[in-house]
Design a protein around this ligand. Structure first.
Ligand code: UDP
Length: 340
């Protein structure tokens, strides 16, 4: 019998890729999204890739009654919670907006999981919980550092909500996946990242500069203590990242968890500097990017990358795509959006 996975925020960048991989792995998926930060481009893309419509519910997870009704209507075996605001800078200016949305929506998921007598809950967390790590690469045992933004705070708090609910309520089980830097797009170029306004993240800024929507990429700082002076990150392909969710959901629904609450890093283990990424983008796509060195961006950590061995061993998952393949997919998606 097919298992049903509820994907909150399923019309977004990560949610849409995870939906595709779940359906292709044999799960039934119910997508719920309030469309507050996206249009229906990715939902339509998901349906084209899969060749059929999926159940889609337009709803706000801050509405507790609506979340309970959803759980009552569909027999939900697992829920993956993506629905959240994600702009770090905006969260500093509007903390209440972030706390209200990101915390309340997850509390409602947990409440619904508890009321139906248990559920498998997968929370989408972030490497941001590690702050500026003292030792690299970071393992799941590396200490969490005090968050430097309300956004980062909501990730830490939601991890704790999940841990405490798993401990208190029978049948509630949880996995938190800590993502490093998800980039790229589906190889079909039918789904991808759709930033609103000026992109905050590096890869959308690169692709928009390459297509001519932005004049020049600013590289934030080349005086960091790294080989080429630019920051290092662990860029993880979005399809690889999506597959980690399938492995985590399967581990939960098949009852293979070792603890009722588990945490996994989802990264490649491969550090790449901003300049290396820009050079790789130019090379693989055969173009020159207009860029300049700009001052450091406040709040950036110098370097962070994952030790993904726990996910490799326990989830049986490994990042497979090279950074070049991923950057080619990101560029194909940008061109698809531009109708080229
Ligand atoms: N970055 C940059 N120019 C940009 C956007 C980002 O140089 O327009 C750098 C940023 O300083 C960081 C890296 O790219 O070192 C990744 O930033 P991003 O915002 O994509 O992810 P973060 O690691 O901050 O979550």
């Amino acid at each position: 019998m097919k298992k049903t996975v509820l994907v909150s925020g399923g019309a977004g960048f990560i949610g849409s890729h995870v939906t595709v991989e779940l359906v292709q792995a044999g799960y039934d998926v119910v997508i719920a999204d309030n469309m507050s930060n996206c249009d229906d481009t990715n939902y339509r893309g998901v349906c084209s890739i899969l060749g059929r419509e999926l159940p889609f519910i337009k709803m706000d997870f801050c509405d507790g009654d609506a979340v309970n009704e959803l759980f009552a209507k569909y027999r939900i075996d697992a829920v993956i919670h993506f629905a959240a605001f994600k702009a770090v800078g905006e969260s500093v200016d509007e903390p209440l907006k972030y706390y209200r949305n990101n915390l309340l929506s997850f509390l409602n998921v947990l409440e619904a999981a508890r009321s139906q007598g248990g559920c498998n809950v997968l929370f989408s967390s972030s490497a941001t919980v590690y702050g500026e790590p003292e030792e690299l690469p970071v393992t799941e045992k590396s200490p969490r550092q005090p968050a430097t933004s309300p956004y980062g705070d909501t990730k830490q708090m939601c991890e704790d909500f999940l841990r405490d609910c798993v401990r208190a309520y029978p049948g509630v089980k949880g996995i938190a996946l800590r993502y490093f830097n998800p980039i790229g797009a589906h190889p079909s170029a039918l789904i991808g990242e759709l930033p609103r306004g000026v992109p905050n993240n590096l890869v959308p800024f690169i692709t928009q500069t390459a297509i001519g929507r932005r004049e020049c990429l600013s590289i934030f700082g080349n005086d960091y203590p790294t080989e080429d002076g630019t920051c290092k990150r662990d860029y993880i392909d979005i399809v690889d990242l999506a597959k980690a969710h399938v492995c985590a959901v399967t581990r939960m629904v098949e009852g293979r968890m070792k603890e009722d609450y588990e945490i996994f890093n989802v990264g490649t283990g491969r550090p790449v500097s901003v300049l290396e990424l820009v050079n790789a983008f130019e090379k693989v796509n055969g173009l020159k990017l207009n860029y300049k060195i700009a001052p450091r961006r406040p709040g950036d950590v110098v370097a962070i990358w994952a030790d993904p061995s726990l996910a490799n061993e326990e989830l049986g998952w490994k990042a497979e795509r090279s950074v070049e393949e991923t950057l080619a997919a990101a560029w194909a998606w940008e061109k698809h959006l531009a109708g080229k």
